[in-house]
Design a protein around this ligand. Structure first.
Ligand code: FES
Length: 124
């Protein structure tokens, strides 16, 4: 039996998250593809849409840069909002009490995928 991999859902390889534990990705076609990022914490992968609940900006200014220097929190570099890695909940900043939009992902064969059945176009 052969299996097919839906390459349209591949976010990155797990080893891409070895040295730097977070990574931006874009999935989908058209003028507004899904823009997100993943953060690895131990064996767990957390994924969020790259849009801050404060003003809707992307969180990062530099590629793949989403964490505080001590890597304990996600930071939005526009106005400094801080979010828990495990939940996306904003613990400090102009959108305190709001949350990042979580994205369902799964790990298969050493790669991180957008979860099966999730269409990037649903996030336009
Ligand atoms: S857009 Fe993220 S803190 Fe303002």
């Amino acid at each position: 039996m052969t299996s097919t991999i839906d390459t349209g859902r591949v976010i990155c390889a797990l080893h891409d998250l070895a040295e730097r534990p977070c990574r931006a990705f874009t999935l989908g076609a058209g003028p507004w593809p899904l823009s997100g990022f993943v953060v690895r914490r131990g064996d767990t992968i957390h994924a969020y849409r790259n849009r801050c609940p404060h003003a809707g900006h992307p969180l990062n200014l530099k590629p793949h840069d989403f964490l505080t220097p001590d890597r304990s929190l996600i930071v939005c570099f526009s106005h400094g909002a801080l979010f828990e890695i495990a939940t996306g909940y904003c613990v400090d900043g102009p959108c305190a009490g709001q949350s990042l939009e979580a994205l369902p992902v799964e790990v298969i064969g050493g790669h991180v995928f957008l979860a099966e059945g999730v269409d990037p176009a649903d996030y336009e």
